[in-house]
Structures are given as C-alpha cells and as structure tokens.
Design a protein around this ligand. Structure first.
Ligand SMILES: C[S@@+](CC[C@H](N)C(=O)[O-])C[C@H]1O[C@@H](n2cnc3c(N)ncnc32)[C@H](O)[C@@H]1O
Length: 189
C-alpha cells in the first residue's frame, strides 16, 4: 500500500530529516513510542528532549527506554511543551507532536489548542534550517474538534517565506482518521 496512515508518514518524514548527533524533541511523550524512535535516530551523540505533563507518561517512557538500552541520550521533562524554551536553548532538527490523550489513560488529560499552538510557535523559533515540526492530530471522539480546528487555522497563517506547511489528510475515510502536518524551515532567501 503506497498511501500509509499519518503515523507512518510522520515517522518516514522525521527519519529523512534527522541524522545521528541531532538534537530533537518529543513534545508529547505519552507511552514513549516516539521518544524511543527518536533516541534510535539521533544515536549516542544526539539528544532527545521529551515532554509530558503526566508522571505516568514519564514512568512508562523511562521503562521502555531502559529496556531498549536507549535511556542515556534522553532528557525526560515533566512539564508542558508550551514551556519548551525553559529547557531547550539549542537549535533543533525535529519536533514530534502526537495530539490527543494518552492511549489507555485519562481521556480528560489531552493536549489543548492554546498550549499546543504556543508550543508550535516556540518550536518555529528553535528549528534549524531544514528542520521539521511533525504534528499528528487526533480528533473526533473524546478529543473533539476544537484543537484540530484551531491548529489547522494557525498553521495556515505561518509565513510561507520562512516555512513550508504540508497537510496529509485522507478525505474519504470514516471515523476521523488522524491528520499529519509537517512544517519545514526554509533557508533564508
Ligand atoms: C496522544 S498522547 C502521545 C502518545 C505518544 N506519542 C506515544 O508514543 O505514546 C498525548 C500526550 O500528550 C500529553 N500532553 C497533554 N498536554 C500536554 C502538554 N501541554 N505538554 C506536554 N504533553 C502534554 C498527554 O499527557 C499525553 O500523554
């Protein structure tokens, strides 16, 4: 199958953008799947900053990293991604957002439009040229539509002279399949 789901597309694009030794961010750690993926991609010389507001997420992620022997190059941060500038000062190559709530967790503790947009805005500043922000937007069901609508509206306003924004969306599927948004920082003209 050539047209794969948004999660697959997000991993494919991040794999293409990121090299060993890069500094990257997992903005929504959750159960740590993306943190693990990023840790492997950047290798021992790189660094992953991973954020979540739930202690549960940090514990699940730490366990996963230790089991895979990938703990050393990861900073696990118990704070909202909207505060990223308190922890990350270096230029970053990629950021991954998985919006929504922790699978099998509390559906009330999901990402929110205001903090998500604040974080994306700060990440735009931190991004290296050629770096990407990858956002997988889960919506519908318990997540509702507010965050998805606000994020879609916001990314359309990003300056086209500095960033390209691509939206990957299946328009003929049922049950609100996740949308993948990729923002790439362009070289200065
Ligand atoms: C869909 S889950 C992430 C799934 C994760 N990528 C994985 O591989 O399991 C979304 C996560 O975002 C977290 N979250 C919600 N608001 C946040 C915020 N302001 N900053 C950081 N994480 C947040 C939730 O606690 C939840 O764990």
């Amino acid at each position: 199958m050539l047209l794969r789901n948004s999660l697959h597309i997000s991993h494919e694009l991040v794999s293409k953008a990121v090299c060993q030794g890069d500094i990257v961010v997992d903005a929504t750690m959750g159960n740590g799947n993306d943190t693990l993926f990023l840790s492997k991609l950047v290798g021992e010389k790189g660094r992953v900053y991973a954020f979540d507001i739930q202690q549960l997420a940090l514990e699940a992620t730490e366990k996963k990293l230790i089991e895979a022997n990938l703990r050393k190059n990861v900073s696990l941060i118990l704070d909202g991604h909207q505060n990223i500038d308190k922890y990350v000062t270096e230029k970053i190559k990629a950021v991954m957002f998985n919006l929504g709530y922790l699978p099998k967790g509390d559906h009330n503790i999901g990402t929110k439009a205001e903090t998500t947009i604040a974080a994306i805005n700060k990440c735009l500043e931190l991004l290296q040229t050629g770096g990407i922000i990858m956002i997988v937007v889960y919506y519908g069901g318990d997540s509702g539509f507010l965050e998805k609508d606000a994020v879609m509206e916001y990314v359309e306003t990003i300056d086209w002279r500095c960033y390209s924004v691509l939206v990957h969306e299946f328009v003929n599927q049922v049950n609100c399949p996740p949308i993948a948004i990729c923002i790439e920082k362009l070289p200065y003209k």
